[in-house]
Design a binder for this molecule. Structure first.
Ligand code: MUC
Ligand code: MG
Length: 367
């Protein structure tokens, strides 16, 4: 199972409806398909969704760092030598989406070699996850209409509402409109993508105290060290660290520093190997984990549900697994579907990713 070649294929698929949030917006999925080939004939597949606004990675940087820095260090290693793979990748700081796609592609190879699903190898807890849908910035009435449509069409009853705008009262009004329109049975939580100050966040939380929010995520920058700690002490619900906790060491720093009381795990950012380290860390410390979404396509979402469903603690809360619903198309030969508010783990050995060659030819951007 020696790695013989690593392919990086940039592709672009437009969104039907862009996602807008406090730190940016996404109109087109400009992702990179990563294929790791081995001398045993097995090929592992994964997808890297760069998020320039958040991590500084771009489609071009993902291709360049894999082709020029990572691939030369991995060729010749066995897919089983994951510790060595990570020791080499981690010589380079940053580049989380590029590293994660390589990691997940290697797990895909291991699953195929063993003849079992990766989700079973990771933990095998359950075969599906409850789905949470992300509602991006729009006028309050449009946000309500979108959530109602998603509930009606897919049976989804958990919504993460993007907040962090100025004035914060617009977001408070949108959350109130969502609660009033959707009723007491839906779960609502908020994500500020660092858009508010600690003081604005505290005021907004106070004004939304009657809305029964389940979580609050990254409302203000974690770099506002004392302000954020002050806010988290006053927050009545678990405060999720997302982009401030992208590696096990950052998770330690945020949790022990009092800057967070729950963690968002994104396989697009920590693959399977580091996501499992983060998950076990959170279990040991007794804090909740939510499976987040880095605005993944269907390949990334398939990876996320494989990981989330594999463990009791990562499947406890609804996972953010529905951003792909807003894309005009995707690369999978057999598309994912959300039914009765749930997404199932794909069956078959490895990750079960089968690419439609016609779609890849249509969307790839490398000639
Ligand atoms: C989220 O949870 O923040 C927005 C930017 C990003 O990297 O992920 C999304 C969703
Ligand atoms: Mg977030």
């Amino acid at each position: 199972m020696k790695i013989t070649r690593i392919e990086t294929i940039p592709f672009a698929i437009p969104y039907r409806k862009p996602l807008r949030f406090a730190s940016g917006e996404v109109h087109t999925a400009e992702h990179v398909l990563v294929r790791v080939h081995t001398d045993s004939g097995l090929t592992g597949i994964a997808e890297a969704p760069p998020r320039p606004y958040t991590y500084g990675e771009t489609q071009e940087s993902v291709v360049a760092v894999i082709d020029r820095i990572f691939a030369p260090q991995l060729l010749g290693l066995s897919a089983l030598e994951r510790e060595t793979v990570h020791a080499r990748l981690d010589r380079t700081v940053g580049n989380p989406a590029a590293k994660s796609a390589l990691d997940m592609a290697l797990w895909d190879i291991l699953g195929q070699a063993a003849g079992v699903p990766v989700s079973a190898l990771l933990g095998g807890w359950t075969d599906r996850m409850r789905v949470s849908h992300m509602v991006g910035f729009a006028p309050a009435g449009d946000m309500v209409a979108e959530a109602a449509r998603i509930r009606e069409t897919y049976g989804i009853t958990t919504f993460k509402v993007k907040v962090g705008r100025t004035p914060y009262t617009d977001d408070v009004a949108a959350c109130r409109a969502l609660r009033e329109a959707l009723g007491p049975d839906v779960e609502l939580y908020i994500d500020g993508n660092r858009g508010w100050t600690a003081a604005e966040s505290a005021r907004a939380l106070r004004e939304m105290a009657d809305l029964g929010l389940t979580f609050a995520e990254e409302l203000c920058p974690a770099d506002d060290v004392l302000g954020r700690r002050w806010l988290v002490e006053r927050c009545a619900v678990p405060f999720i660290a997302d982009e401030s906790a992208t590696r096990p060491a950052e998770v330690t720093r945020e949790l022990l520093g009092g800057a967070a009381t729950a963690i968002s795990v994104k396989t697009a950012r920590t693959g399977f190997t580091a996501s499992q380290r983060v998950l076990y860390q959170c279990e040991g410390l007794g804090v909740a984990v939510v499976m987040g979404n880095q605005i993944d396509g269907q390949i990334g979402t398939l990876c996320s549900v494989a990981f989330g469903a594999a463990h009791r603690s990562s499947s406890r809360y609804a996972g953010e697994l529905s951003n792909f619903l807003d894309m005009t198309d995707d690369l999978l030969a057999e598309p994912l579907s959300v039914v009765d508010g749930h997404l199932r783990v794909r069956e078959g050995a490895g990750l079960g990713i089968v690419i439609d060659p016609g779609k890849l030819a249509r969307y790839r951007q490398d000639g």
